[in-house]
Design a protein around this ligand. Structure first.
Ligand code: MN
Length: 201
């Protein structure tokens, strides 16, 4: 079932790190735009429109060729933005140092500081438009992956835990070309409690 989930907070909830106007445009124009285009692409395919979005996106070979690219791009954009909003909260939340997530980060990256450095460097290094994800594989091992466009890590068999949108529309109004500064400030907004809940134990 295709739906545009509501933004989980007000447009100004992420100030000062992400400004109100950027959030408003990002949600009401970009995120909603992907939703609208996906709905339009699926208009002639009622059976596909009833399927869960992730099922469509991880089974693109079963989507008719004439709408496959639109479903991939707009459907991926719809899914990834929802996940992005739900990865942040006002002022961020603290990582539970005793929790599963903290333990997995230490195990797979050596330390939280090493993970933070590696994640930020990966996000800064994305060429053009894309996303950087913290994911885990079927064994629960964590890694950092970047995807171009609106491609999702689930397509390659990884489950996402956290994501940052590094398309220019995510930061250009406030940060212009200073993507690393945006990444540093976005880091303050991460809802670690939400990320932790995504770990399947
Ligand atoms: Mn975006």
């Amino acid at each position: 079932m295709i739906a545009l989930p509501p933004l989980p907070y007000s447009y100004d909830a992420l100030e000062p790190h992400i400004d109100k106007l950027t959030v408003e445009i990002h949600y009401t124009k970009h995120h909603k735009g992907y939703y609208d285009k996906l709905v339009a692409a699926l208009a002639g395919y009622p059976d596909l429109a009833k399927k869960p979005l992730l099922q469509l996106l991880t089974g693109l070979s079963e989507v008719p060729a004439e709408i496959r690219t639109s479903v991939r791009n707009n459907g991926g954009g719809l899914w990834a933005h929802t996940f992005f909003w739900e990865s942040m909260c006002h002022n961020g939340s603290l990582l539970d140092p005793e929790g599963n997530l903290a333990r997995a980060i230490s195990r797979d990256f050596g330390s939280f500081e090493a993970f933070e450095k590696q994640f930020k460097a990966a996000a800064a290094a994305v060429f053009g438009s894309g996303w950087t994800w913290l994911v885990h594989d079927t064994q629960g091992k964590l890694s950092i992956r970047s995807t171009p466009g609106h491609d999702l890590p689930q397509v390659d068999g990884f489950e996402p835990l956290l994501v940052i949108d590094v398309w220019e529309h995510a930061y250009y109004l406030k940060y212009q070309n200073r993507r690393p500064e945006f990444i540093d400030n976005w880091w303050q907004l991460i809802d670690w409690a939400a990320v932790e809940k995504r770990i399947k134990t």
